[in-house]
Structure formats: structure tokens, C-alpha cells
Design a binder for this molecule. Sequence first.
Ligand code: IPE
Ligand code: IPE
Ligand code: MG
Ligand code: MG
Ligand code: MG
Length: 364
Amino acid sequence: MTSDRSLRGRSRRSETGEKRGQRGGADKPRVAPWAQEAAPRWTVFSRVAAGDVSAAQTPGAQAEAGTPDFATWCRDTAARVEAALADALPPADAVPARLHEAMRYASLGGGKRIRPLLVHASAELSGASAQATSAAACAVELIHAYSLVHDDLPCMDDDDLRRGRPTVHVAFDEPLAMLVGDGLQALAFGLLGRAGLAEPGLPTAALVTELAAAAGSAGMVGGQAIDIESVGRRLEREALEQMHRRKTGALLRASVRLGWMAGPAVSGDEAGGRALDAYADAVGLAFQVIDDVLDVEGDSATLGKTAGKDGEAGKPTYVSAMGLDEARSLAMALRDEAHRALAGFGERAGRLAQLADLIVLRKS
Ligand code: IPE
Ligand code: IPE
Ligand code: MG
Ligand code: MG
Ligand code: MG
């Protein structure tokens, strides 16, 4: 039986009047004028972040001599991730070319790269090799990019705009968008496997297991299933938290854990691992609480995605459950919890502390 919801999604037309799934292809993407910014979104984002983070006076925000400031570190790390992703993705002209073009469209030239930044920051603590760090960072970002493509589909959140551009099913078509997600997911696990082949000491099985758990039915996909079946319902605080911890928290947590697990310094440091888990749990939940807040407070141009969608779709969110002020206060409390969890690492965890600030103070 087809639900009303999916019928609604399928019958909606884009602003140009064309029906979903009937667009010509990637050569004619519909890009809003304000979205045609010269700089990639993460550059804009890290500039915004720099102002916010120095205002927050995070421990470690005052960079030591010779250490790049946080905004520079974000920009340089994101640029490295961008290059590594561009390298890992199949060329746009490799057969089947339209699929590969769409996979690149979904993954490159946009996004804040928060998850890769978390991988890199925790890898700095664990001493992971540059290659292992890069593979883990790309793997988690590819899973995230796939989750966005599927999240935006008409049968899910039915969104036209993502990262300041038309969503994949709008720029290409729906069947291809589904396959893009599938292809990105397989590529993510392939990258981890290849990193293990190149670096025999890497705990590849553990990394793959970690990412699979975070991406799967107990993690992101499970959270998305709860999200979809909760439309129009009011969730109790605990149920809401469980949904958010799965659909968004799980991949953020995995980002922190992958960077940690990939390094040699971690064996035997159980207390360090527990502290990082506590940090990751806090920022993982805070991230989605702020996403809920920004859906109400933000505007589409800044967010790069359609503002006000949650209310329109009847999604239970932290804002609908407790209001804007309390949701923001909760995010700040989670940020403080994340900072406390890092205390034992001292200044070595400065980047992670700054990322916790960024996650709650961001504007997009
Ligand atoms: C958006 O994630 C989807 C959620 C899990 C809330 P991001 O806000 O990290 O999206 P990008 O990667 O920057 O586009
Ligand atoms: C998405 O949550 C979480 C994912 C697993 C992609 P949302 O549906 O709130 O994310 P946005 O607001 O569309 O980015
Ligand atoms: Mg969603
Ligand atoms: Mg959505
Ligand atoms: Mg949202």
C-alpha cells in the first residue's frame, strides 16, 4: 500500500514546475543565485566558526606558537579531506558515468566536514598515520554524504536543497539518487579495507565493525527509521534522545572513535577511550539538537538547505519538545559535558574542545 506521505512527496513539483525524477540530468542543475558562491561552503563555515570559537574562549583556542589557529586548521584539514575524497571517488567519466558524476556531486564541493575534522582531531591524540586518518575521515564522510542523499529523497524528507545546491534526486533523478547512496556506502567500506591492506598493523576489522555499527540499523539507519515513523507524533524526551543519538550521534561518535582506534597510542589506554566516548556522546547529541534549532532559527541561504522543514513536516524535534531556549541551553550543557570529558588529556585535546564549541555555536 502506498502511504499518503509518499504520495505527497511524489506529487510535489519543483519550483520550475517539473515533476520529481523527470529532470534532464546533471548538465542542467537548478542552482539558486545565492547558492552560487565562489568559495566552497566549508570555507565560509570555518570563517564563521573562527569568530564564534574565539568568543567562546575554549581552552586551547589560543594556539601555541607554530600551531595553526583553529580556523586555519579547519580550512587546511577540510581541504585535505576534499582532495582525498576527490581521489577516492571514481572519475566522473568512468562507466557508468552518470552514476559516478552523481556520486561526486553528492560528496564534493560542499559540507562542513565536521565528521572528518573529528577523525583528524582524535587521530592527533592517538598518533594514527596520515593514510589511516585520511581513509577513516573519508569513509565516515562518504557514509554521511550517502545518508544525506537518501534523507532528501521524496519518500523521506523530500528536500530540494542541500549544501547550497539542488539535491541529488533533483539534479539527477530519484533512482540514481538511491544508487548514489548505495555506491557511496560500499566505497566507504572499501576505503577502510584498502587502508588495512596498505598498513598491516591497522586494526581494520575493528574499524570496519565500528563504522558498520554506526551506519546500520542500530545507528544512523535505525535512527532514520524512527524519525520516519515518528512524523506527526509527539515523542517523550527519552525517545527523542534515542532517535537523535542514533540518526546523527552514532556517526559523530564513530568519527571520534575511528581516529582514536586507528592510532598506536591507544592500546591499553582504556581511561582515554572512555573519556573520548563520553566526549563523543555529548557532541553527537548536541549536533542534532542544534540542527533542530537551526531549522527554526536559520535561513535557507545560510544553512544551504531548506529552513523550517521540521515544523512543516510535523517532525518531533528538541525545539518542538522543549522550545528554542531550552534546546539551546541543553546544547550548551552538552558542550560543557564534552569539555569536562576531555580534561584528562589537557591541551592535547584542544582541537576536540574547539570542535565541541563549533558544533554548538555554528550558524549552518
Ligand atoms: C546534516 O549534517 C545532517 C545531520 C546529521 C543533522 P551536517 O550539518 O554535518 O551537513 P553537512 O555535511 O555540513 O552538509
Ligand atoms: C538527518 O536529520 C540525519 C541523517 C541521518 C541524514 P535531518 O533530516 O534533520 O537532517 P537535515 O536537517 O535534513 O540536514
Ligand atoms: Mg531527516
Ligand atoms: Mg532532512
Ligand atoms: Mg534537520
